[in-house]
Design a protein around this ligand. Structure first.
Ligand code: DC
Length: 223
C-alpha cells in the first residue's frame, strides 16, 4: 500500500513543528520531527565531552548509539539507547551541537534509512531541512515554511520560556542566525526549498491560520 508523505522544510522557529504536529493530528498522519534525531546525536556527543566540530570524534560515537522513535498518544518520543531523551535534547546548547553534527555525511547517512522507513510504513508529515530535497524527494506534498528572523526568534523564545529555559530574545536571535547560516551554507543537504515545494511565509499568519493553510494544501493534493 502506498502511503502519503508530506515534507515540511524550513529554518528554525518558522513554526514547522507546531504546525506539522497539529496538522498531522487532524489528518490522522504520523508527525516525524527529524530535528530530534540530529539533536539526539548532538546529546550523545555532548555527554562524551567530545567536540561536535570534530568529525572523527562525532563518527566514533555512532556505533555506540541506538536511536528509536516511538509514538505515545500520537506524540513522538525519542530514545537514545532506551533512555527517553525527548526533553533533554531541547536546550540551546544541544541545538548548537545538533546543527554542528548535522554537517557530517556519516551522521546524515546514519539517519537516512530510519526516516525513509517510517515514511514507507505510515502516512507522515515529516519536518526537517532536507526532507523534500533528499530524504523524500517523491513526497506527494512539499512545503517550505518560513517567516521573518524577528518573528521566528520571538516564537522560539516564547516556546523556550514556556519550557522554563532561561534565555533572552537577543540570544535566541543570535543562536538562530548562526544555526540558519550553518544549515543553509553547508555543502551537504543544505536547508533549501525544493523546486517543487510550495513556499509558505507565516510572518503575518497566526498559528490557526498557518495550520489551516497547511491542511488545505495537503487536502487539495490528496483530492
Ligand atoms: O529542527 P531542529 O531545530 O530541531 O533541528 C536541529 C538541527 O538539526 C538543525 O540546526 C539542523 C539539523 N537538522 C538537519 O540538518 N536536517 C534535518 N532534517 C533536521 C534537522
Amino acid at each position: 500500500m502506498n502511503h502519503i508523505a508530506v515534507a515540511i522544510d524550513g529554518p528554525s522557529g518558522a513554526g514547522k513543528s507546531t504546525i506539522a504536529r497539529t496538522a498531522a493530528k487532524k489528518l490522522g498522519f504520523i508527525y516525524v520531527d527529524t530535528g530530534a534525531l540530529y539533536r539526539t546525536i548532538g546529546l550523545a556527543v555532548f555527554r562524551k565531552n567530545f567536540d561536535a566540530l570534530n568529525p572523527n570524534e562525532v563518527i566514533s560515537v555512532l556505533p555506540e548509539i541506538n536511536i528509536k522513535l516511538k509514538y505515545v498518544d500520537n506524540n513522538q518520543r525519542v530514545y537514545l539507547n532506551d533512555e527517553d531523551v525527548s526533553e533533554l535534547i531541547r536546550t540551546p546548547e544541544i541545538s548548537l551541537f545538533a546543527s554542528r553534527v548535522s554537517i557530517i555525511a556519516e551522521v546524515r547517512e546514519f539517519l537516512l534509512d530510519m526516516q525513509r522507513d517510517i515514511a514507507d510504513k505510515n502516512n507522515v508529515i515529516m519536518d526537517g531541512r532536507d526532507i523534500g530535497t533528499v530524504i523524500l524527494p517523491n513526497a506527494k506534498v512539499k512545503i517550505f515554511l518560513t517567516a521573518s528572523d524577528e518573528k521566528r526568534a520571538e516564537r522560539r523564545y516564547l516556546e523556550l520560556f514556556q519550557k522554563g529555559v532561561s534565555t533572552t530574545i537577543e540570544e535566541v536571535l543570535n543562536d538562530m542566525r548562526e544555526r540558519d547560516k550553518k544549515d543553509s551554507s553547508r555543502s551537504l543537504a543544505p536547508l533549501k526549498k525544493a523546486d517543487d515545494a510550495i513556499l509558505l511565509d507565516t510572518s503575518e499568519l497566526n498559528l490557526e491560520e498557518s495550520i489551516n493553510t497547511v491542511i488545505n494544501i495537503i487536502k487539495s493534493a490528496e483530492a
